[in-house]
Design a protein around this ligand. Structure first.
Ligand SMILES: [Zn+2]
Length: 212
């Protein structure tokens, strides 16, 4: 029934159905990892930049990521050098997993948090809502509502988007965080569930799964 509403009304309706979490999550932008392969190694060229954005100690992030990926590695200047040729998706998984476990507040979705020790446990303290909680809860909540903690648009995942415009070829264009999503066969104002087929840096290509 989308013809009943103007685009602004649609947008407002869609957003009002999501908790405030969305606002935090949309302002928080993790730089797209610049991954290059050098010989037998994998290099994340903007590693320090990523750590700066999430406001975490590069050494602590490294420890967690190496365990997650299952390789050895070291920080070199602004870069992280991993042993072996590591699949891009595995690196994205590790970064996303880190952020959901060690950065994002599970209660309000804010990334404005810090790691503190309570007794002998590592806890996540949120500066936005004051919650102090065990690390990793946001990751658990992601499984219940993938749309809530979108950090990086990933191939194979499904998202609800609103078509905001069209490309010169007439494909629909939606925005999801700092990504532009190209969706053939849809019109501006339509709210659709899409599946991501391909991601090229900040542009993703998707197909429609269902229309609302
Ligand atoms: Zn919070």
């Amino acid at each position: 029934m989308s013809w009943k509403y103007t685009y602004d009304e649609l947008l407002e309706r869609a957003y009002s159905q999501l908790p405030e979490v969305r606002e935090y999550s949309e302002r928080f932008t993790i730089p797209v990892p610049e991954i290059v392969y050098e010989g037998k190694n994998t290099v994340i060229r903007n590693y320090r930049d990523i750590c700066r954005t999430i406001n975490r100690d590069p050494k602590q992030v490294l420890q967690v990521m190496l365990k997650e990926i299952g390789t050895a590695g070291e920080i070199s200047g602004d870069m992280l050098i991993l042993q072996g040729r590591i699949n891009t998706n595995k690196i994205l998984d590790a970064i996303e997993s880190y952020v959901l476990s060690y950065v994002i507040c599970s209660e309000c979705g804010s990334p404005d948090t810090e790691l503190i020790r309570q007794e002998r446990s590592l806890m996540l303290k949120c500066h936005a809502c004051g919650a102090v909680r065990p690390i990793g809860l946001a990751k658990i909540k992601l499984r219940e509502n993938p749309q809530l903690f979108v950090l990086m648009v990933r191939e194979g995942r499904e998202y609800d988007v609103i078509i905001e415009g069209t490309t010169s070829e007439g494909h629909g264009v939606a925005k999801l965080r700092n990504y532009t999503i190209i969706v053939p066969g849809v019109q501006p104002g339509e709210k659709v569930k899409v599946k991501i087929l391909k991601v090229d840096r900040n542009t993703a290509y998707a197909e429609v799964i269902s229309k609302k």
